[in-house]
Design a protein around this ligand. Structure first.
Ligand code: AMP
Length: 138
């Protein structure tokens, strides 16, 4: 299956859809998940168009995991979390719903996670959380 440039994260990358950004560099973007599985749930994506982790170039992959590490440290600090789950799904069969590769950075324990929150989080709440995480970025 080829990459669909109309997927929601491609639109976020192009600035066509708003997101609550916590980090950006030449290769990556991180923003708040709109239907979080826990407070502070953040997504980290590459700018390179790729559906799954297995489609990514070596360079994009290297920068992506480094961004996940940096964002993970900031989320941990900002949310005062003892644990951080880093999760990454590839393919519909694995539960992937957005066809642009992404890492989930979720504070808490995987044993406490339920489904995604059924409703979108309030934009104001996400903006506050994004600010908190930004302040903890090194
Ligand atoms: P996955 O199920 O692994 O493909 O994860 C996709 C994630 O994207 C889910 O956690 C959704 O809540 C999240 N999501 C979908 N649309 C948006 C959006 N517009 N802004 C932020 N997060 C989104």
């Amino acid at each position: 299956m080829s990459y669909d440039s109309e997927n929601i994260f491609a639109k976020i990358l192009r600035g066509e859809i708003l997101s609550h950004k916590v980090y950006e560099d030449e290769y990556t973007l991180a923003f708040m998940d709109i239907m979080p599985q826990a407070t502070g749930h953040t997504l980290v994506i590459p700018k390179e168009p790729a559906r799954t982790l297995f489609d990514l170039s070596d360079t994009a992959c290297t920068h992506l995991i480094r961004a996940v590490q940096r964002v993970g440290v900031a989320v941990k600090l900002a949310m005062k979390a003892d644990g951080i789950v880093v999760m990454q799904l590839n393919g519909i069969a694995a539960g992937q719903t957005v066809d642009h590769v992404h890492f989930h950075v979720v504070p808490g324990s995987v044993h406490d996670f339920g489904k995604h929150s059924a409703e979108e989080n309030q934009a104001g709440d996400l903006a506050l959380l994004a600010d908190k995480i930004i302040q903890c970025m090194s």
